[in-house]
Design a protein around this ligand. Structure first.
Ligand code: FES
Length: 474
């Protein structure tokens, strides 16, 4: 889930504090690296009776943000350009103020800067357990910027473990335009990064990230006002972001949420779904549990009043099937479906939709396959046929013999080619590279355009070597 952006630095716009103007108007601008906000052109330039400029101390010597004190015609008012705690940068957006004389402006409508992953690390501010093997990590940007993403997208983290950086893409489970970004991560058996994060990441630790991306999102995927959100296991993470955003911004939306899990102990976001149920009458949740023993008491713990009881989470025992879907959603064909879960589960739901004559233009899905660690990938590779083929990567002077049928991503990593495999599931695009000679077998071209495919681009995590190949990183 990624592509690399050129690093750039950003500076939060200056915070303008309460400003009261009287009929004598506002003073002239001062000469400094950062100008105070321009005022409406309707105002006549007044005379400053007092102008003091003092330079506060900053860690960066390059951009000093001055504190400007104005005394306006005897009515003392102050504009303070307040430095952000983050590193200053050259990218300063200048706020505009529109006001009339004598009007008190308490809070200018300044939108905080959007987070730039390549410029600002994430700082962990909260971690909470969701189930016995999954937890949510809430991050803030070091410069307090807003996280600007589309509900359903993912972020690629760069996690350094024993001096080696590993890239992993994780779906975002919070809603956009917040100052916090929540990732909900499930431990993968033998998974290097997921387990390292769960065992080692502490409050105050920072992590680098590459980007936010993803085509599976409710902003770009055109949808109806009636929706059916379906998830299984940890596939609930992007779907929860979609649900919360739609509920917050689409009061006319009719949102049904079907979540499948093994049992009550594996229901991620149980309490959060319960809370959303009490807040939004246009939201319904159905849990489908393979084993629902003990579910009644589990759910009842959260139902402390009559209102909540009437909107309690409903559940059924069983696996997803055409009968269950048709029984629960007789109006299925009037809805848009967003689906995320393990591959087998998604295939089953897709088949049910097709058998039900569902218009697949209204069907959006993203496979959620937890990133396997290198050990698992090696095992996959070693299961391939023993015939050898040659891997050439001229840009990195690689000429290596590898087993035919090996995963291209594994082969590149094994021979020191700095390819990034963030999702290892063919959905993020970070491992895009070009096969200039020879051929591979690809199971996913999800993030590639037709033109990319024609030109020989492939996703290394989803391509196995068929014969001798020459590869260039994109
Ligand atoms: S690593 Fe994400 S598409 Fe290959």
């Amino acid at each position: 889930m990624s592509s690399t952006k050129t690093p750039s630095s950003t500076l939060s716009p200056p915070v303008l504090k309460s400003l009261k103007l009287n009929s004598s108007g506002l003073g002239q601008s001062a000469t400094s690296k950062e100008q105070p906000a321009p005022v409406s052109s309707k105002l006549q330039a007044p005379t400053l009776s007092t102008l003091k400029i003092s330079t506060p101390k900053f860690s960066s010597p390059k951009l000093a943000t001055p504190k400007l004190s104005f005394s306006l015609g005897g009515d003392n008012s102050t504009i303070t350009t307040k430095p952000s705690s983050a590193k200053p940068s050259s990218k300063l957006s200048t706020p505009k103020l529109n006001f009339s004389l004598g009007e008190t402006i308490t809070k200018p409508n300044l939108k905080p800067a959007a987070w730039s992953p390549s410029a600002t690390p994430l700082v962990l501010v909260k971690r909470e357990s969701e189930t016995h093997d999954s937890m949510s990590f809430t991050f803030a940007a070091a410069d307090q910027a807003l996280f600007d993403f589309k509900p359903g997208q993912f972020v690629t983290l760069a996690v350094k473990i024993e001096n080696k950086t590993h890239y992993r893409a994780y779906s975002i489970s919070s809603a956009p335009q917040q100052k916090q970004l929540r990732l909900t991560i499930k431990r993968v058996p033998d998974g290097l990064v997921s387990n390292w994060l769960a065992d080692n990441l502490s409050i105050g630790d920072s992590l680098s990230a590459l980007n936010i991306a993803g085509q599976f999102n409710s902003s770009d995927c055109k949808h109806k006002s009636k929706l059916l959100l379906i998830s299984a296991g940890c596939g609930i993470t992007p779907v929860m972001s979609i649900a919360k955003t739609l509920l917050a911004h689409n009061s006319d939306a009719d949102i049904e949420f079907l979540h499948c899990a093994r049992d009550k102990d594996n229901v991620i976001f149980h309490d959060e779904m319960q809370t959303l149920l009490t807040q939004y009458s246009n939201f319904k949740v159905q849990l489908l549990l393979e084993n629902s023993d003990g579910f009644a008491s589990f759910s009842a713990n959260d139902n402390t009043n009559e209102k909540t009881n009437s909107r309690a989470l409903s559940h059924q025992t069983g696996m997803v099937s055409a009968d269950v879907i048709r029984q629960l959603y007789p109006d299925l064909n009037q809805r848009t479906i967003f689906l995320c879960g393990p591959v087998g589960f998604m295939k089953a739901v897709e088949n049910i939709a097709q058998e039900s004559d569902f218009d697949m233009a209204n069907f959006f899905q993203e496979s959620f396959t937890p990133a396997a660690d290198n050990k698992q990938q090696d095992q996959i590779s070693s299961g391939a046929t023993e015939t050898s083929v040659m891997l050439h990567v001229p840009d990195f002077a690689v000429e290596a013999e590898v087993i035919q049928g090996s995963l291209l991503l594994d082969a590149l990593e094994k021979h020191g080619v700095p390819v990034i495999g963030a999702c290892r599931a063919g959905v993020c695009g970070s491992c895009k590279c070009k096969v200039t000679k020879g051929s591979v077998t690809s199971t996913s071209t999800e993030t590639l355009t037709e033109e990319d495919v024609e030109q020989g681009f492939v996703l290394a995590c989803s391509s196995t070597l068929r014969d001798d190949v020459t590869v260039a990183l994109s």
